[in-house]
Design a protein around this ligand. Sequence first.
Ligand SMILES: Cc1cc2nc3c(=O)[nH]c(=O)nc-3n(C[C@H](O)[C@H](O)[C@H](O)COP(=O)(O)OP(=O)(O)OC[C@H]3O[C@@H](n4cnc5c(N)ncnc54)[C@H](O)[C@@H]3O)c2cc1C
Length: 431
Amino acid sequence: MSKNLFSSQFKQACYWKESMEWPLKVAPKDLPATADVVVIGSGFTGLSAAHKLAKSGAQVVVLDQQEIGGGASSRNGGIVHPTLGVSAQVLIDRYGVERAKALYPIVIKSMEYLTNLVKAENIDCHFNYGGAFEAAVRPKHIAGYEIKAKLLKEVFNHHSHVIHPNERSDHIGSETYHGGWHDPLGATLHPARLVSGLGEAAQRAEAELHPFTPALGVETDGSTRLVRTPRGDIRADAVVLASNGYTGNMFPDLRKRLIPLNIVALATEPLPSDLADKLFPKPYCYWDSSRLFFYYQRTKDDRIVFGGVNALPVGGTIRKAKNSFRRFRRIFPELNDYQIDYAWDGNVAITFDRIPHLGQSEGLFYALGFNGDGVLLGTYLGSKIAEMVIGKETSSPLAEIKFPSIKGSRWLPKLMPFARMFFGVLDTLGI
Ligand SMILES: Cc1cc2nc3c(=O)[nH]c(=O)nc-3n(C[C@H](O)[C@H](O)[C@H](O)COP(=O)(O)OP(=O)(O)OC[C@H]3O[C@@H](n4cnc5c(N)ncnc54)[C@H](O)[C@@H]3O)c2cc1C
């Protein structure tokens, strides 16, 4: 067993960005004084919105306070699984069967949208439509999967499969798991390549990208909006806010509806391919059923990229990475002989009802709150909010749901670490 968790080449940096030439080129350019639409944020949501808007003929300017895609979009796990963030049962209990039936197609359409977009725009992002697998950390979770698979089939006509303990090794090579749930809808991808490809697609449609240009505020001036930036102001007919876990206090009405959460991801050194085949025999995107779950994928070069919500309430990326890798090695003891090459972090945005929201507020269009599932939903809802701006869509079943905030929401991020610790204890006790 290698006691040292980090390899001699270890870098505190995002593996995805380190593993590619960044094809997206952005030539420095003055900000225009006017635009049809200003998009704030250049992750999947902002770039997808910009692409759709520019294709419809709008003059679009994308602003980001960091480099293009520098938020969560280039630094996530690359897990692509269609979900609104809560289970189908919760959708039905909360909104009733009819409304749940109107909401559920969003997840199916989001998968179709991403698949078609990657193909149509020729985005080389290692998109592998190989299905999804949730690994059961407790035997009792299998009974839950039976109920879930039945419900998905009967109410939403979505076919998925329960994997029993005796079939487990065909799907995942860890004896700590007790089977699982397999959904044919699921994929893995290289997120930084997707961001870069979306940026290029938006540029081909003639959207302008302006990195390192923060929007300092948006003022309403008659029927137009004035977007203030340190490089000058832009007058626009509409503004799209796509800032998710990086939404600042200059948008107070939306900020109070989001809890930013910083999470860590890691990449192992490349594994021998026979070991990678044994541990991850299928091209699935994987996660497990614990409260502080792990998610993971096998990359093209046979590394495992994984991460999850960490139970540690304190400490930076390195400390959290150590804690995560120790826990991950307990699931896959074969990794005791292998080390971590990269660890990095990023922000997700949690909503109080755990589903994403889109609509209009404070004169802004927004698509926010992906609860750690924004690869697919960010890309899809970015295009949907663009359609609302253009007037092609007047609403969406999601826009009809109130975007909740609660009193004291400014303090909640401070309490989150203790909630995480509590969930960690419950997971350890198997409750
Ligand atoms: C470590 C990690 C792992 C994850 N794993 C997965 C996964 O496997 N699968 C999955 O589906 N999701 C995953 N997620 C979540 C997913 O990455 C996000 O939901 C998604 O990227 C959100 O995209 P976005 O475009 O809405 O926001 P982001 O990509 O975060 O972009 C928001 C952008 O807004 C910019 N911004 C904010 N305020 C301003 C301002 N005032 N002016 C200018 N720019 C501004 C920021 O700089 C940022 O670039 C993960 C996230 C993290 C951090």
